[in-house]
Design a protein around this ligand. Structure first.
Ligand code: AMP
Ligand code: MG
Length: 417
């Protein structure tokens, strides 16, 4: 059969899961690591497991401003203690505590070993260093114990985790001033197309501004990677080969957009065939079926489609996983939900489709509307959407009221007013 993107059923097209499997299997994580200061570790990929070198908290301390006492030998609910000293955060009480003594303690201050309860300041009456309490006191009340948060030798963070603000806080509480992270891979990209004009120049009819490079630059921002923009390349074999050679010799991963289909001006696939190896180029997905995946020497290569929506969908589905794997990240499955369809959807069997939709919540139930314009050139369908509606290969048209699989872009609801 002639190569074509016309048929929905294409025996040579890989399904999404298999394609993802091929991609992940073919990629090795970059081995190089570097030590960075804790603040600079934000959003970097942790390169080794972190075990706690101490208990957190590392001493018995008070959860309240109040009085530390020993209740072992007392009972009832009317007590009098003699307050013999104070313990402040950073300035512990150093004397001896006898039965019926109390130590005034502040939040976070060391609770003497001899004490086993802290009474809230608001619960006592104080006069001439004597404090009286008219309520029950429970053993260990208002005391924070060593290791209550993190125990010494616990695995705190796993290799491959993206370090977020909470991790930074935890690492700081463990005293880790420097962190081992994977070095950032270099991701390069260029656009192909005779019709493309770079920003700052006028466009005439028959030309379009090159939006894909900006789109890709934006998409790549959230990853722990270095980014290199190789500009626009004309639709001719010589120019494409020249640029592929240069960029692939410099980058860990190279992305191109356009020129990967079967048109007379589509040279990317042939160029890739000449310079390197193609793993596959057709995937049973809509939008985005023509997508070349392969390697030029050590550089991984994705020839993404030209239409902007296809760029985003294939990036989300495949490039995302590839970047995570090269950069050493743990790869998680995407979170999906089930929502009730608020409009009919037209679809043919044969390809997995990612429609753009609007997910909403009404009285605790999830609803999803499929947006009207689903063309792979209509970038505003992504602007107006907050989720993908994922419809499997075997699904035909589907009616309002049915439940569908939804992948939220971000877990936010409607505007706050
Ligand atoms: P192609 O895959 O090269 O046949 O391109 C498919 C469609 O995407 C055509 O309408 C192109 O004009 C458009 N397109 C390709 N590359 C870009 C780009 N970098 N920016 C905006 N549109 C593009
Ligand atoms: Mg083109």
């Amino acid at each position: 059969m002639k190569d074509s993107c016309f048929n929905e059923f294409d025996p040579n097209a890989l399904n999404v899961e298999d394609a993802l499997g091929v991609i992940l299997q073919s990629i090795k994580t970059k081995k190089t690591c570097e030590s960075v200061k804790l603040k600079s570790a934000y959003k970097r990929v942790l390169a080794k497991d972190i075990k706690a070198t101490k208990d957190i908290p590392n001493y018995k301390n008070s959860a309240m401003d109040g009085y530390a006492v020993n209740i072992t030998e007392i009972s009832g609910n009317n007590f009098v203690f003699n307050c013999i000293g104070e313990s402040f955060a950073g300035h512990p009480f150093k004397g001896k505590v006898k039965p019926n003594n109390a130590i005034k303690v502040m939040t976070g201050a060391l609770v003497p070993d001899a004490c086993n309860a802290v009474i809230m300041k608001e619960m006592v009456k104080e006069k001439d260093n004597m404090i009286s309490v008219r309520s029950k006191i429970a053993k260990n009340q208002n005391i924070r114990f060593p290791g209550e948060d993190i125990k010494k030798n616990d695995l705190v963070l796993s290799k491959g985790k993206i370090i977020d603000e909470i991790d930074i806080g935890i690492l700081a509480s463990l005293g880790e001033s420097d962190v081992y992270v994977y070095t950032k891979p270099l991701i390069g990209f260029f656009s192909t197309g005779d019709e493309l004009v770079s920003l700052g120049n006028p466009v005439i009819k028959s030309q379009v501004y090159d939006s894909n490079r900006y789109l890709l630059h934006g998409l790549l921002q959230k990853y722990p990677v270095k980014i290199r923009d190789y500009g626009v390349v004309k639709d001719n074999m010589t120019s494409i080969i020249k640029k592929l050679k240069k960029a692939s010799s410099e980058c860990d991963l190279l992305l191109t957009t356009g020129g990967v289909s079967v048109g007379d001006a589509d040279f990317v696939r042939d160029a890739l065939n000449k310079l390197g190896k193609i793993n596959f180029w057709k995937i049973a997905v809509k939008p985005g079926r023509p997508l070349a995946y392969g390697k030029i020497d050590k550089c991984l290569f994705f020839g993404l489609p030209g239409n902007p929506v296809s760029v985003v969908v294939t990036f989300n589905l495949f490039v995302d996983a590839a970047i995570k794997k090269i950069s050493g990240q743990i790869i998680r499955r995407t979170l999906s939900l089930e929502a009730k369809l608020e409009s009919d959807i037209k679809k043919r069997k044969g390809r997995k489709e990612y429609k753009r939709g609007v997910l909403s919540v009404d009285k605790g139930k999830l609803f999803v509307k499929c947006l009207g314009s689903q063309g792979s050139n209509i970038l505003s369908s992504l602007k107006n959407a907050n989720c993908y509606i994922e419809l499997g290969e075997s699904i035909n048209s589907i009616n309002k009221g049915a439940y569908v699989k939804v992948i939220p872009f971000e877990l936010e609801s409607e505007y706050y007013d």
